[in-house]
Design a binder for this molecule. Sequence first.
Ligand SMILES: [Zn+2]
Length: 422
Amino acid sequence: MEIEKAKWFNNADSPVVLMIDDLANLGADIGRDNKSNICNDWGYWRDLPNSSFAFLQEKLFVKFPKIKTTFFTIIGQPINYLAERRRVRCGPINENDSTINFFRKLHQSPNFEIAYHGLNHGLIRDGKYFNEWRSFNSAFEALGNIAVGQKICQQVFGESLIGGKYPAYASNGYSDESIDKSGFIWWCRHWTYGEFLAKKKDYSVLEMKTFGKNYVVDFPSTVSPHLISLKHIFRRIIERLRSVNLPVIENSLAERSCFSAKRWKFMTDGFFRNQRQQLTRHLEELLRRKEVISIQEHMGAIRADGLRQTPNIIDDMENLQYIFSFLANKNVWNATCSEIANYYLSFNQTEIISADEKGFVIRYAGRIKEPLLTLLVKTDKFIQAISPSGKSYKSIKCPLEDSWGLINIGVENGRYQLKLIN
Ligand SMILES: [Zn+2]
């Protein structure tokens, strides 16, 4: 019997994950009224009304319940770089029972997971801000820091986290070694979508790879939902004016100047439509190439320096809804980063040594115990596979139009028996 490995689980064209950076026990109190404001809430207000998480629930997760999200979380006391400008509340994720329960509940939910985004995100040294992995002077120092963070994870989640991201994708010569040696399965090292654009849309930049002696999955970020619109352009102008302390223009510039507003709107609306078309073509190309669709976002709309950051879930919500509507009827696998990385390793580290009518032999050289793998089996019947340790798996789909059935198995070393069910 002919047997092949499927590139992705359930023979999907692409896996899809929403990646949201900087979910943390942190929030700025803009109005100084002790009330949440979604633009400035990075997770401090948990899932309470008017929190950024409640915003996500209402605008996205309720409408698209299949979405899977990986949140990149600052585990310890976040660096308080907003302190000079605003009143900021922040603490580690184990600060109190409510915080612990919020983060634990998220991580244990099948649709979400928490990933490691540093102990503090960074530090101030000699008046200058350094992102966390740029601040270490040896891999040993970085490893010690990760151990402190993982100890908190053990307390909150009952386990260490298996993946994460360099804050601001910033690293130095010691960073990758620290990730490789600390047991992480996957890691986001680069802002690959930015590199992809810089290299004139070279799709090879967006391919999943591994690094280090332990084959850590180098997880790419392949989609940015941030599109430039008239609203964003004016908001940017106003923010820039504010930041250099020029007189603040509170009302939209568009409302003040009829002539230029109409003209601007015409120009930027066309520009926006064009960007949407480009985004659609990009998604279609990722599906055609069977690459990961990893959609990059930020929890908070306000950046460390007080300016608006891109991308962010507030400004990009319409585009996020558009992306997930587009993907709703495509052959995709909604999965967290950990599920995708596990499958990638399973696919790459498993070899089908031989196959006949009665079974097949698998050789697996990975470090994850019994990872999942989808097999394509050339048959017009439903089949059952019995693993070397006696576990039973049945076809999930049979036959496909071209007589390839699908079966999902847990990977073990050795011979699987095959039986026809009908
Ligand atoms: Zn960050």
